[in-house]
Design a binder for this molecule. Sequence first.
Ligand SMILES: *[C@@H]1O[C@H](CO)[C@@H](O)[C@H](O)[C@H]1NC(C)=O
Ligand SMILES: [Zn+2]
Length: 464
Amino acid sequence: MNSGGAASQHRRQSRRPCFPYLSLILSFAVLVATVNGGEFTDSSSIISRFQQYLKINTAHPEPNYHKAADFIVSAANSLSLESQILEFAKGKPLVLLKWAGSDPTLPSVLLNSHTDVVPAEQEKWAHAPFDAHLDPSSGHIYARGSQDMKCVGLQYLEAIGKLQISGYRPIRTVYLSFVPDEEIGGHDGAEKFADSEVFKKMNVGIVLDEGLPSPTDNYRLFYAEKCPWWLVIKATGAPGHGAKLYDNTAMENLLKSIESVRRFRAAQFDLVKSGLKAEGEVISVNMVFLKAGTPSPTGFVMNLQPSEALAGFDIRVPPTADSASLERRIAEEWAPASRNMTFELGQFKQKVSVFDEFGKPILTSSDSSNPWWKLLEKAIRDANGKPGKPEIFPASTDARYFRERGLPAIGFSPMSNTPILLHDHNEFLNKDEYLKGIDIYESVIKAYASYADHQKDEASRDEL
Ligand SMILES: *[C@@H]1O[C@H](CO)[C@@H](O)[C@H](O)[C@H]1NC(C)=O
Ligand SMILES: [Zn+2]
């Protein structure tokens, strides 16, 4: 649909070793192992590569995407991965890497990560957000993007490096996408990518994307995410003197709605407080603005009841919720025409559908119908990690653009025993946790790229 946006595409061939006849005999992986295996797996070089990536300032509003892309491409070259830069929007490169599998008929594995980060308030950080300072006593690496999600992008690459050195060769093709703009909605990044011809040709069977850190020793796994609905309700009524008592003023009508919204919010929140539901499983509603009143030079006119009043709500709907009943509730209770109210939902404000393009709830099955889920859990355990139970991500990620197309996508960032500091001051990741995450991905990528059950694969795609 949006493939017209693919303004410039060029392909760079990966650097080849300069011993042509040798490389015919030896696989490149073996060559890498012989030539610089030691240097590659050395944990201090791994950490310093992570720091280099973190130091590239890709914060909005002016992310240095080209520097990040150059960094990724040169890392890919040293692993002899094929690389390609796609530019669906000018100045916003998406780096696509390919590790070719021995059986190109099998659907591929896509490892996605975004290269952009949110801005940081430098003065509120103990260490500058783009210095990637490694605290020698704690081992924490402080940087914007250390959790969200430069860690994951580079861990994928490091894991592939280790697999190559071990002599492993994938059966399924593994792709890595380093996408721009996730933090501002992903419209010029993952959204256009998932809609592109390039993507179609990749024949993706499973996507891994970002998750969240866990303060316990579990790794968190996400099968869906809440869909944002940004609702603005507006009440109108006859204006009047501030001293007069009369029915059906705009303010009174809006307040009735706000009371109703608050009751709903409290009921949802009670389910979480009582432990009956996880936060990801309930509908959250938060009022984010109130707009009413007649301005005066010193504030507001106090003796006039206004004819209009508006309120805005950030609503997050899990795809497992009954969205049709929520829509009815909005139309009948929160903004009923009978109370002279109107609402905007989806036309001017964001409303992300809870359904994929086939009309099914936009989620990835985590039961036995999805072999990728079991494989992931097992691969995590094999690397001495503990998978948590399937969760719904509380906010939005690029994974939705893949799930929209009916593809299974699992949110997973291997960070256990780590406080959640995404978008926060002093975001950090411990270096040992980072290194452990590489081992986890080594196990996961190997399990995914070796999985060769044609039938099950097709069945799971139909199922999803
Ligand atoms: C709606 O607006 C009309 C026209 O101003 C008014 O007559 C009526 O009383 C209002 N009804 C409510 C419930 O506010
Ligand atoms: Zn992120």
